[in-house]
Every structure is written in C-alpha cells, then in structure tokens.
Design a protein around this ligand. Structure first.
Ligand code: CUA
Length: 156
C-alpha cells in the first residue's frame, strides 16, 4: 500500500494526538491515586466510627519499633481520651475528624496536624523524652474550642 505524503503527515499527527491524549489521561489517573506528602487519604466522614483504624481509636503496636495511634477529633475533644506510647519508638499518628476541622497539635513537638472531616492525615514522630505532653486544638471549631485538649503520656 502506498500512502500519499499528506496522508502520512495526517496519520502521524493523528497518532501523536492519540499519544498526547493518553498521556494526559494517564497523568490525571496517576494524579488521583497519588498520595501527597504527609500521607493524606480520604474517608467517609459519616462512617468514621466504622472505618478502620478509627473504629477502634487508640494505640496499636505494629512491630517492635513502630506504633500506630488512631485519633478522631470532634467537638470538643479527642477519641481516645487517653493515649500512652513508649519513648524512643516511631509513633505513627493517623488523624481524622468526625465533624468540623480541628487540629491535633502536640505542644513542644513537630506534631501539628489538621483533623479534617473526610481526610486521614498521617504524621510520624519519635518522642525522645518520657513525660506528659499537652495536645491542643489550634483550629477554631466552635464554642468549646478553647477547652478542646487532651494529654499524651510517653513512658520509658
Ligand atoms: Cu477543635 Cu478547635
């Protein structure tokens, strides 16, 4: 089969357009699955209490060096109300909200996370010193905002 020169050009153009199109689709598909830095994932905010790990908020030992803490922020407190973790181990905090946007801020640490309905935010932290650390909500969330706090106990 012999193609006319212009047919070849148009065919090439068509193939290039198709490649470009597929590339854009591919980038978008990748973009939607991409997890941004900080490990943001989504959750149905109405089903927080049925969605792992928030169906059992609290501390879970993952292995000898890592612990996971699932925390639900809500007006005006945190679930669980008591958190105890060991010093010198990696603590992976997973935070969401059951109602409006709060924060999960551990004073004197680098842990300062938003607790957002529909999102799971993750932050890893290792406490070097045992003791009690204050956890505060830094996002205005309503009339009880200034009372929204709890404590985390870090043991040796
Ligand atoms: Cu919760 Cu401010």
């Amino acid at each position: 089969m012999h193609l006319h020169r212009y047919e070849k050009i148009w065919l090439s153009f068509g193939i290039l357009s198709l490649i470009l199109f597929l590339t854009i689709i591919g980038i978008n598909a990748f973009g939607q699955n991409h997890t941004p830095a900080g490990g943001m994932m989504t959750i149905d905010p109405k089903k927080v209490d049925q969605t792992p790990p928030f169906d059992h908020p609290g501390v879970v030992k993952l292995d000898d060096n890592r612990y996971q803490v699932a925390i639900v922020g809500m007006a005006f407190g945190y679930k669980p109300s008591q958190i105890r973790v060991p010093a010198g181990k990696e603590i992976i905090f997973k935070v969401t909200s059951a109602d409006v946007t709060h924060s999960f801020t551990i004073i004197h640490t680098k842990v300062n996370m938003m607790a957002v309905p529909g999102q799971i935010n993750t932050k890893s932290y290792t406490f070097q010193k045992p003791g009690k650390y204050l956890i505060l909500c830094n996002e205005y969330c309503g009339s009880g905002h200034q009372f929204m706090q709890t404590e985390i106990e870090v043991y040796q």
